[in-house]
Design a protein around this ligand. Sequence first.
Ligand SMILES: [Zn+2]
Length: 278
Amino acid sequence: MPDKHEQVARTILKTTEEARRRLNEFSARMLRTRGGRIGSGMGAVIEALWGFFVNQILLEDAKCRIELARMYGHDYNDFACIGRGVEWHPETREGELLRVEVKSMVASADESKAHFDRLGHELHETDLLAVFLWDWLPVPAPGGPPPVGGYVSPQVKDYFVGRASDIAALRDALHRECGGTFVESGTCPDKCAVDACLHIGEPLNAKGSRERPSGPSSTRTKTVSYQANFGGLVRMLGCRTPQARSIVRKFYAESPTVKTHLDFAARNFLRVAKVLRE
Ligand SMILES: [Zn+2]
């Protein structure tokens, strides 16, 4: 990653710690409730709040020359880091330094569903991935001791921010090791003409079924339209062949981003910790 981008990425990572503090404090005050449910869309709220708090912190620093913009339209990315006050053209990325895709996972859910399934060739070298691990945690009751079945609010417990393409490289290597493939030019299962095929790079699982809704339509199964295992941030480590373990070890040793990501996952998910220990 070029120096300037590296520096911006470091600023965003550094700012995230304070953003998390503000987010959790805001949440304890404003998103306090009794009960709390999974699958409530709260993950999307946390993803958005992170961006707004990071931007707030950046704008408080008069010397800081960047700000975080919320993407509109159907882009994969959630935020773009742009020069403060500069002209911005999202269609061409003019004015931008990098983009951030944000994911969230619930710590106590059986299957943490954060999916990072953007294709390798769609990623820019400078794109960042931010992952937030959160849960409903007890917070003080308003004015008095907590009643039985007390108050909770969504709290970010841990996070990862790092270069997206490094995580995608590990994901893709493990996908292949598990018997998966990617659609290549001229061999599309839909038999598309070479220059008309929109499926290049789409992941297919070991049985040839598509992993994303945009995969070849002839590869859907009778029961599901697509598999959705590809890019599961914890699930991608479920491939347990000796070769898969050596792929994980190699990436862990060679990519500081992957090391940070896997350490984050291992702190929070026992099965990831086991993979790293094996
Ligand atoms: Zn095709």
